[in-house]
Design a protein around this ligand. Sequence first.
Ligand code: PHE
Length: 354
Amino acid sequence: MTHATHALSDEITTLRDAAVTALATVESLDKAIAWERAYLGPKGRVTSLLRGLSGLAAEDRPQAGRDTQALRAELAERFEAVRERLAVAARQRHLAEDAIDVTLPGRPVAIGAAHPVSRMIDEVIEIFAHLGFQAVFGPEVETARYNFDLLNIPANHPARDVWDTIIVESERDDVVLRTHTSPMQARTMERIQPPVRVIVPGRSYRYEAQDASHEWMFTQLEGLAVDEHITLADLKGVLQEMARQLFGPRRRVRFRCDFFPFVEPGVDFAVDCAICEGAGCRVCKQSGWLEMGGAGMVHPNVLRVVGYDPARYTGFAFGLGIERIIMMKYGVDDLRAFAGNDLRFLRQFARAVV
Ligand code: PHE
């Protein structure tokens, strides 16, 4: 062995010890790769050692070459083992961290609920279905003909002022947002012959300043029954049944004279207060009665214009506010709450009424 090969074998031993010691301290994949670059990479220490072999004497080169290649192979194998071990550990750590506990309760999903007005519409549809009434629906954009003329309210008649009307801009000057659901009286009677028993739930619009009891948009419930021999007593019986279904079996209905051009006689009707049983309290403002709407016997003119014979047929009609029912039933004191979209208000009904 020459002096040069002696020196080389010492260098290999030193390099091997340094490499093995360094690899033993590696505890991450990043560090392992840095280690590989430092020893085995193109500019690594083993690679430079191999390059240096060309400077050796020809007879020393083969053995030195084999030794250096053996070192390279050993280190590569050690690196592979460490890399594999770290990769397995990293994957296991990852799995452990990402583990899903399938026994944990799920996060609650916020599901929507029907609006209190929609629920009350469903409730009254159900009540009236038992009384033989069918629910029908009509357009919210109406013509003055259905909203007024066919209801015995001629143009230029002062009665039109009762309904502060929102006019719809259009080529014609007679398009309005319906001020009540009564136009469906004429639309229904035009379409079918007696006996008629319908209710019409739907939105109505009035040009009105808003306050706790006035809204420019609200929901009405219209009722219409036309047949032979229908009397005011039938109207009262139907409204009383509705009141009892909505507010309890002891409710009574009160009629007082009122005027609407499309009924004769006309009444307003009230239900005795369910909270104080009519004795007088804050809710009924000490009167014992809660005003609900207007009603009456269908005016002969209204029957005549749709081609019904007023000598043969009579009928009753009524109209009331759906929001008003909810306010009375649940003690809501501001009509603006219904279109206000305050979820805290709406959620109370999601739980109260199922
Ligand atoms: N349409 C009337 C209103 O909104 C209420 C009503 C309906 C009165 C039917 C009598 C008969 O004021």
